[in-house]
Design a protein around this ligand. Structure first.
Ligand code: NAD
Ligand code: DAU
Length: 357
């Protein structure tokens, strides 16, 4: 038995691969294009481990995916591969359309052909789990109830629109062809190996480098934060016990305004690695121009996965954020490594005219 993971060298994918092989000997074939966001350093602890087979390639390359499926005969696929950064989708949407929509479609076609040729028992037990986001539901007003699985789709950014389109394709392949799919829609993740273009790792890395901490707009946008290893355990559980054709919302019951997140990170760094001048890291906070079309609030109602599959997060925000900040302090070499030329170009483009550069 083998599973195929796409995008398994990215932030969540690499945590998933490491978590999978920590609790099972079932091999993982990891197909990743290694874009700027894919990093084999995340998987260095698996060097020499024959249970992990890494293949560099595009999940939208039909011939490659067909031959991989024929050779490896996976019993399940977990699809993480995507362009994932909202700000990049605003400054350059085309890659998001190509990867998240066309790539997912091409992979679905290859999977449909592979699955269609399996014998009856293998066909019945096969699963494709598509990893998606709460952003497909759009933005909530302050008093509105959290997103349930039946909330209307109302994506607002090129990223969330492309993820919504991929969710619809996955759904259609179940309804039309009977492909046994599962979709998980998760809230904001944080934890080890998070690329420092996203809020929490950017704040940690900038704080330690003595740089400004760029908060968009008034900093009162709300996200629902989940420790990445809890997201991975939810995916494992959905793969094991989820009903084909169903979607499951995954979240941490942990809504927080961005400014509170930044203050929490600063306070932890004050304790764990005080500034040389004795001043608080929060002095580095700088309010910058808001993200265009910025969603005000996301919140996940995670009762379905809890009640139907018995999944709950293990970490609170207090325990998860402490582990995360400590991980970045302990892994400064990883940070230096990912701050490649491409990363520096992005920072210059995104924050160039503003003090965070
Ligand atoms: P990431 O950007 O860190 O990683 C994406 C990975 O996909 C990278 O390793 C990249 O090299 C790979 N990839 C990109 N295009 C590819 C292609 N064409 N073929 C093969 N591999 C390709 O993203 P992430 O934060 O780990 O997110 C993973 C998935 O989870 C995405 O689908 C994202 O939409 C979803 N998600 C993310 C979050 C979050 O908070 N980060 C929350 C909910 C859902
Ligand atoms: O909700 C799930 C989504 O969470 C995932 O689908 C996406 O892949 C993931 O990137 C994340 O999207 P966000 O846009 O919510 O994450 P990001 O870390 O980019 O931003 C979090 C919040 O912080 C958001 O309100 C914008 C704000 N922000 C972000 C950056 C990078 C800032 O204020 N300053 C910044 O420099």
């Amino acid at each position: 038995m083998t599973i195929l993971v796409t995008g398994g060298a990215g932030f969540i994918g690499s945590n998933f691969v490491l978590g999978w092989l920590a609790q099972s000997d079932e091999p993982v074939v990891n197909l990743d294009k290694l874009t700027y966001a894919g990093n084999l350093q995340n998987l260095v602890s698996l060097n020499g481990d024959t249970r992990h087979v890494f293949v560099q390639g595009d999940f939208g390359d039909a011939a490659l995916v067909q031959s991989l499926l024929a050779r490896q005969q996976p019993r399940a696929i977990v699809n993480f591969a995507a362009e994932s950064h909202v700000d990049r989708s605003i400054s350059g949407p085309s890659e998001f359309i190509q990867t998240n929509i066309v790539g997912t479609f091409t992979m679905l076609e290859a999977v449909r052909a592979y699955w269609g040729a399996l014998d009856a028992p293998a066909k019945a037990s096969f699963r494709l789990l598509h990893v998606s986001t709460d952003e497909v539901y759009g933005s909530l007003a302050k008093a509105e109830a959290a997103f349930t699985e039946t909330h209307r789709y109302e994506p607002n950014s090129p990223y969330s629109a492309s993820k919504a389109a991929s969710d619809h394709l996955v759904r259609a392949y179940h309804h039309t062809y009977g492909l046994p799919v599962l979709t998980t829609n998760c809230s904001n993740n944080y934890g080890p190996f998070h690329f420092p273009e996203k809020l929490i790792p950017l704040m940690i890395v900038n704080a330690l480098a003595g740089k400004p901490l760029p908060v968009y707009g008034d900093g009162q946008q709300i996200r629902d934060w989940l420790y990445v290893r809890d997201h991975c355990s939810a995916i494992r559980r959905a793969l094991q016990a989820g009903q084909p054709g169903e979607t499951y919302n995954v979240g941490g019951w942990n809504e927080m305004p961005n400014l509170d997140i930044v203050h929490t990170v600063c306070a932890l760094l004050d304790e764990l690695k005080p500034r040389a001048d004795g001043k608080p890291y929060k002095d580095q906070i700088t309010f910058v121009t808001d993200r265009p079309g910025h969603d005000r609030r996301y919140a996940i109602d995670a009762r379905k996965i809890e009640q139907q599959l018995g999944w709950k997060p293990a970490e609170t925000f207090a325990t998860g954020i402490l582990k995360t900040v400590q991980w970045y302090l302990d892994n400064q070499a990883w940070v230096t490594n990912v701050q490649s030329g491409a990363y520096r170009d992005w920072v210059a483009k995104q924050y160039g005219a503003q003090p965070a550069a």
